[in-house]
Design a protein around this ligand. Structure first.
Ligand SMILES: [Zn+2]
Length: 364
C-alpha cells in the first residue's frame, strides 16, 4: 500500500510530494521530482518521537539532513509497532527541559531553529556563536587526534606564527585561526569548527619547502572562511546542534553521536574547489608561490598511486584517513593551481632555520 508523504532533501528549502511504501526491511519512496529511493528501516531515525495526531518525521543514516514527513496514522503505527528504535528521538519534552534551564521562549526558538537546521545548513553555520564553534571545535579535534601528543617547541611555535603572518600579508580579512601540529604519522591537515587547523607530523615530514605547507594552510583557511566544518556538522547532526547551542551544554553529545566523526571532514568537491580558490587568491595577495601547493599535491598523488578517489588508500590510515579521503579529487584540482603572475616576486615564507624548527616541532 502506497501512501502520500513529504520529502525534504536537506539541501533546499523545498518540500517534494512523494509516495511511500514499506517493502520488507525497507521503505521505498519516489515522486514527480524525486527518483526512487530505498531507505533501510534499520537506518531510520525519528526526528522526534511519534505522537498521535502529529506528522511523523524521520531521517536516515545515509542522508542525515534529509527528512520524510509522514501523516498517515495507519502507516506510522505499522512502522513503529514493528520497529522499537523508531519510538525514540528528541522530544518536545527534552526541549521543554532546555527551556526550563534557560528561560522562556526557547521552544519557539527551537521551532524556528529546527526549520533552519533542516533546510539551511549554511545559514545556520554562519550564525553559530563563536564560543560554541570553539567548544565544539575542541571536541572535534580531540576526537580526531585520539590522544596524539600536541607538538610544541618555542622555535616551532614561532615558525607557525611567522607562516600565518606571511599569509596575512595583503589579506587583512583572513578569518581568525589556530594552527596546531599533532604527533601522528598519517599525512593530513584539516580544519575543525572555530578555525582550528590541525597538521599531522606526517604532512610536515612529507613537505620539502615552506611554500608547500603554506599552501595547505591557505587551503584549510579557505575551509574556515567558508565555514565548511560548521556546515558539515549542522548537516550531520541537525537538531542536536540547536539544542546544544541553546542549552549552553558543551556539545559533548554531538561528537559522540556522530557514528564516524571523520565524515565531518569529507567535503564535497565543490567545497574543495572553494577552498582551493581561496588558497590561490590568498597566496597571490601575499606573494607566496602557489606552485608549492601544486607540487605538494603532485607529490602526494604520485606516492598514493595517483588515486583521486575518496576511498582506496585512505582506508589504510587511521580514523581521519589521509589527505585524499578528506580532500577529494586532488588530481583534478592540480591543474587549476597556477604560478604567480609574471613580474610578481615571491616572498621567502620562512627562513631555513624557521622551516627546520617547524619540520621538527614533534621531534623533542
Ligand atoms: Zn580541503
Amino acid at each position: 500500500m502506497a501512501i502520500d508523504a513529504i520529502y525534504f532533501d536537506g539541501e533546499y528549502a523545498r518540500d517534494r510530494a512523494v509516495t511511500i511504501a514499506a517493502q520488507g526491511s525497507e521503505i521505498v519512496f519516489s515522486g514527480p521530482d524525486v527518483p526512487e529511493t530505498r531507505w533501510s528501516i534499520a537506518g531510520l531515525h525519528p526526528v522526534d518521537p511519534p505522537t498521535s495526531g502529529q506528522p511523523f518525521r524521520v531521517t536516515h543514516s545515509s542522508k542525515p539532513g534529509a527528512r520524510l514527513v509522514i501523516r498517515d496514522e495507519a502507516f506510522i503505527r505499522g512502522l513503529i509497532d514493528n520497529h522499537r528504535h523508531l519510538r525514540g528521538g528528541y522530544s518536545w519534552a527534552h526541549l521543554g527541559q532546555v527551556a526550563a534551564w534557560t528561560g522562556g521562549g526557547i521552544v519557539a526558538l527551537a521551532a524556528i531553529g529546527y526549520v533552519l537546521v533542516s533546510f539551511l545548513p549554511q545559514k545556520v553555520a554562519n550564525i553559530l556563536p563563536d564560543d560554541w564553534r570553539n567548544r565544539v571545535g575542541d571536541q572535534v579535534v580531540n576526537g580526531l587526534v585520539n590522544k596524539a601528543r600536541r607538538c610544541e617547541t618555542p622555535a616551532g611555535n614561532a615558525a607557525k606564527s611567522a607562516m600565518i603572518a606571511v599569509l596575512a600579508e595583503g589579506n587583512p580579512d583572513l578569518p581568525p585561526i589556530s594552527m596546531e601540529v599533532y604527533d601522528m604519522q598519517l599525512v593530513n591537515a584539516f580544519a575543525a569548527p572555530g578555525g582550528k587547523i590541525v597538521f599531522t607530523r606526517g604532512i610536515l615530514e612529507k613537505a620539502d619547502k615552506p611554500e608547500e605547507i603554506a599552501g595547505v594552510l591557505a587551503h584549510e583557511i579557505g575551509h574556515v572562511a567558508h565555514r565548511h566544518p560548521e556546515v558539515q556538522l549542522v548537516r550531520l547532526t541537525g537538531l542536536q546542534v540547536l539544542i546544544s547551542v541553546m542549552s549552553g551544554s558543551n556539545g559533548g553529545d554531538i561528537t559522540s553521536n556522530i557514528a564516524a566523526l571523520a565524515t565531518l571532514l569529507q567535503y564535497s568537491r565543490e567545497a574543495e574547489r572553494e577552498a582551493d580558490a581561496f588558497a590561490l587568491e590568498t597566496m597571490q595577495k601575499a606573494s607566496i608561490d602557489p606552485m608549492g601547493l601544486r607540487t605538494f599535491f603532485e607529490k602526494i598523488s604520485k606516492e598514493e598511486g595517483g588515486s583521486s578517489s575518496s576511498s582506496g588508500p585512505a582506508s589504510t590510515f587511521g580514523k581521519i584517513g589521509n589527505i585524499f579521503s578528506t580532500h577529494p579529487g586532488i588530481n583534478d584540482r592540480i591543474k587549476n593551481i597556477t604560478p604567480l603572475p609574471a613580474g610578481q616576486v615571491p616572498v621567502q615564507v620562512l627562513t631555513p632555520e624557521q622551516w627546520q624548527a617547524l619540520k621538527t616541532i614533534c621531534a623533542s
